[in-house]
Every structure is written in structure tokens, then in C-alpha cells.
Design a binder for this molecule. Sequence first.
Ligand SMILES: [Zn+2]
Length: 186
Amino acid sequence: MDIEEVGGSLWVHLLNTRRIKDGKTIDVLEDLDRMSDWLTFYQIEMSADKEEQRKSLLILRDILIRLVDNFSTNAPLPELNEFLQSKPTYWNIDLQEGQLVRSMKAVNPAYNGLITIIQDFFDTIDTFDLQRVRQCAHGECILYFLDSSKGGRRRWCDMEKCGNKHKASKHYQKVKAKRGARDENQ
Ligand SMILES: [Zn+2]
């Protein structure tokens, strides 16, 4: 099980449950075992009804991807609000090591893991410009990341994985082009 840790925030990790590896799309939410590993990895509460949890994560992922992709033109807010309304929540207070801690819980405990991710999304929109959630510029990478760079011009999900690969292929194309030109001259 290889889990993509690129992203920078829990809800962005949800977007990145879909990715491309060796030219093929891998989807963590495609099967329940993979989803369970993913939930465990990020310490997200697992529901007894895994299939329902999988379905709700798929819907949320789809809405959030469209929201990020069309933020300024066609954000799917009615759908997001409808989705939120269908998962009622309440505030819960716990005592942890002598401190009162508040958290949001789902009325239907099957959605507690989902609410953790939504809460993380809320934290992001409170503190971060959503237009700086970007998709990697590499042609064969669909990962999203929070661009918290100073100039706001980060292009790669990861410099090692995609930035250097891109530079290497650009270099290769240049070498090829030069070689091609040489061959034509012969
Ligand atoms: Zn990438």
C-alpha cells in the first residue's frame, strides 16, 4: 500500500486518493480494503458501514475537486450545501488530560470520519486562499497541493517527484531536438 502524502492538508489528501502511477489512474476509494488502509494511515474514524463511508467520501471528493477547479467561475456550492445538510452535526465536549476539548460530531456516527475531513476543509477556508489550492503542472500528475510558497507560484506537487522529472524530460527533449537537427544536416 503506497499512500500519497503530498497535499498539505487532510481534505487535500482526500483529493489525492486519485493519482496516476506508471500511466494508470489509481483510486484508493475503489475498494474497501484500500480505503481502510488510507483511513488508518490518516487516523480518520472508520465507520461500521464501510460501503456508506466510501460512497460519502466519493461524493465529497467529487464536489471538492469541482470546487477547487472552478472556484471563481462555477463553484458547486448548492451541491456542497445540500451534502452538508444531509449530514447533520453537533458540537461535542470531551475532557482530555484535564482540558475541555470541543469537536464536531455527526448525528449519524457513520459520518464521523467524513466530518473530520470537512472540519479540516473549514479550517483551510478560514485561513487560506482557496485559489492557491493547485493541481500539479506535470502532464502526468493529477495531485493537488496547498501553495503556501511566498510568491504563490509553486507548480509542482513535489519538486523531487514532478519538478525534477519535468526538468529532466525538458532537457531530454532539447537534447533530442539538437540531435535531430544534427541528423538532418548530415
Ligand atoms: Zn506532481
